[in-house]
Write a protein of this length. Structure first.
Length: 514
């Protein structure tokens, strides 16, 4: 077996909960502002954050929801997000994070699948939340900026502070269930333990060198593992400051960078493209920025270098997966190779495996990337089959990405073996869109693949077998059951979908048709 070990010194992962790790960073500096609500300028100190977390844990414990319950959060990035996330963790529960742009059926599916007993949201999403809860086992609705009419408000769920972390087994207890389709099929609950998150914060902290003077504008959603680990957990743990933004808007982003003198930008490739090319950037003072970090989708060496030059900053990439909590690779400081996702973070091992023969390949050859380390998920919730397909013997996670590792350990993503489509860094699972299309009356079969797109990276394209159905009907159908970023941008009406003898869609054949 040819194992590429991380070239970095190993780290030891503390045996604590993710919230204890957070508090360790914040304790002793209670007066420091660590979270600012971007649009309003409202500030939260480390001390206030910790006491709100403890008060929520106490309130939910008094209600009997904690310890043990699963609580769903449906919210954009606001200062209350870490309060809910860590309040649940401190009280010994599990959080499932839901994309607030989801439609009611998508929310309902996640509530049900994750076994959520309480849903926490804001008034903007109250209506869709109520619709989604119907028919599920999720009984309690919390509207952070509202309440009434059967819903609880924030004050209702806050109680006496729970002074100590609820006991647990950090290597086993699942603290969060984000959803990911992995290498195939529909989105699944990814079981991440306290240890997984603590490990990834520790591993990336060892490389990233974040200080209490660092500031980042947090638009990457906390519901997705990138924003969750890097901004909400790593940044706060290092006592650095996050300025939350509920949705991305280039003008507001640049204004907040200027106003708060942001030092690091955490972005995805479409934002890198805008920052490299948009004339608006010249209207703002962005001289405070010293590092630009992109991840979650492929970014070419050219854009990576261009955005760095324009900002006079260090421009780097990271690679990861929800199933990896999420970081396995990142580049820092003097070891920049534009176009590479960097070297493995500490205590992480890699293999490059020939997808056909399952033989290990040496440096310089392309194969499937396999990863082993303390950040690898426990498995998929209620899905031993998918877990078994993804986890190879010896605790190796098969990423479904084709990569190459050079002699110095720099990893280059070359292609994707798995079905996944990445729209602006967000996952679109072809199987989910196909199932939604097939549920439309008159559709007998459907296949969805990604098409390269200059702005979004990839966009979903649908091939449908539906002789009597109009495109407008399909579009209207998607409105009701799929979040916008999952909607096919193009429909091709075909006589049949090419399939293998075993019934698998031959996606390569469809790709050749584009
Ligand atoms: P998920 N280059 C190419 N593809 C990438 C890269 C990259 N740098 N990063 C992620 N991907 C693709 O679960 C790849 O196909 O996690 C991978 O399997 O939404 C898939 O996206 C995983 O998608 C960080 C922090 C990366 C976060 C992340 C990404 C988490 C995205 C680095 O430092």
């Amino acid at each position: 077996m040819a194992i590429f070990a991380s070239p970095r010194a190993p780290v030891s992962v503390p045996d604590t909960s993710v919230t204890q790790t957070l508090f360790e960073g914040l304790t002793g500096r209670e007066d420091k502002v660590v979270v600012i609500d971007g649009p309003s300028g409202r500030t939260v100190t480390a001390g206030a954050l910790m006491s709100q977390i403890k008060a929520l844990a106490g309130g939910l414990t008094a209600r009997g929801i904690l310890p043990g319950g699963t609580i769903a959060i449906l919210a954009p990035n606001i200062p209350e997000y870490p309060v809910v996330f860590h309040g649940v963790a401190w009280g010994g529960g599990t959080v499932t994070t839901i994309n607030p742009t989801y439609t009611a059926p998508e929310i309902q599916h996640q509530l049900q699948d994750a076994g959520a007993v309480m849903l926490v949201t804001i008034s903007m999403f109250e209506e869709v939340a109520r619709t989604a809860m119907v028919g599920t086992d999720c009984r309690d609705l919390v509207v952070l900026d509202g309440g009434g009419n059967g819903a609880l408000g924030m004050a209702d769920v806050m109680g006496a502070e729970l002074p100590e972390q609820a006991p647990g087994d950090w290597a086993k207890d699942v603290v969060v269930l984000p959803y990911s389709s992995g290498t195939t099929g529909r989105p699944k609950g990814v079981m991440l333990t306290h240890r997984n998150l603590v490990a990834n914060v520790t591993q990336s902290a060892a490389v990233a060198d974040i200080t209490p003077d660092d500031k980042a504008i947090a638009f990457l959603p906390f519901f997705h593992i990138y924003g969750m680990t890097v901004l909400m957990n790593l940044f706060l743990n290092q006592r650095a400051m996050i300025i939350t933004m509920p949705r991305f808007d280039l003008e507001m982003y640049l204004r907040l960078i200027q106003e708060h003198r942001a030092t690091r930008l955490y972005i995805v490739p479409p934002v890198a493209l805008a920052l490299a090319k948009h004339p608006m950037v010249d209207d703002y003072d962005v001289s405070s920025v010293k590092q630009i970090f992109s991840g979650a989708a492929p970014m070419g060496a050219e854009i990576e270098a261009a955005v760095g030059t324009r900002f006079g900053a260090n421009s780097v990439q990271g690679y990861g997966m929800t199933e990896l909590s999420p970081i396995s690779h990142m580049t820092q400081g003097d070891s920049i190779r534009h176009g590479s996702s960097g070297q493995a973070v500490p205590s992480t091992e890699c293999r490059i495996v020939d997808p056909e023969t399952l033989e290990d390949l040496p440096a310089g050859l392309e194969g499937e990337l396999w990863i082993r380390g303390p950040q690898v998920m426990k498995g998929y919730l209620n899905n031993p089959d998918a877990t078994a397909e993804t986890m190879a013997e010896g605790d190796w996670l098969r990423t479904g990405d084709l990569a190459e590792i050079d002699e110095e350990g720099f990893m280059y993503i070359r292609d994707r073996l798995k079905e996944l489509i990445k729209y602006k860094g967000f996952q679109v699972a072809p199987a989910e869109v196909e199932a939604a299309l097939c549920a439309c009356e008159g559709v007998t079969d459907a296949a969805v693949i990604g098409r390269i797109d200059a702005e979004a990276g990839e966009v979903p394209i649908a091939f449908v077998v539906a002789p009597e159905v109009e495109e407008a009907t399909l579009r209207a159908h998607c409105e009701g059951c799929l979040a916008h970023y999952k909607h096919p941008v193009d429909y091709r009406f075909v006589d049949s979908v090419p399939k293998s003898a075993s019934g698998k869609i031959l996606r390569r054949e469809l790709r050749d048709k584009l």
